[in-house]
Design a protein around this ligand. Sequence first.
Ligand SMILES: [Zn+2]
Length: 209
Amino acid sequence: MMKTTNKRQLILEKLKAFVPNGFEEMVVNLLFENPVSFKIVAPRTTKLGDFRAGMNGEKSQITVNGDLNPYAFLITTLHEFAHLKTFLEFGHRVKPHGEEWKSIYRSLLLPAIDSGLLPKDILNALVQSLTNTKASSCSDVNLTRVLRTYDKPKEGIVLLESLPKNTTFVLQGKHFIKRELRRKRYLCDEISSNKKYLVHALTEVKPLI
Ligand SMILES: [Zn+2]
């Protein structure tokens, strides 16, 4: 009994560095109420977090990038817990972001929305993502955009969408020229190979001035 309390307290303290003030209990409860291995990991550029279903009696695993701002960390965590709870209830019989997942995600977000502790712009983006059936996926562009505004600015780095057309920028050591928008991605010319690439509007790039 004593041991559990200590462990809970320890995790609570650790989470303070990652989640917004007032949400530590919510996340600790999720950790203790569900069979899951929860890991805060080194940042990955391709995803904010992920869920891996446990096979053959193994625990399922959730990972969340450790460099996320507190709001992005909280919402990514709730998103991944919605995957876990969907898996525990329905197994692999339902779609990853189908109706079952949405309903569980909504039930996890509502206490956060009702808490009065989230900034208004994040609140609006969350409510919008819950009502817009298309948007509730791993890549809700509007929500991502709002959450990004809470990141600490990185020197010389901007989002691709903020650059004027025909600007040259560097991404992963290669030079590109930004061209026109195709849905959520920009057509970009890679200068050395003259090949065309589609780069997501919210990719962090370094413009050449
Ligand atoms: Zn997802």
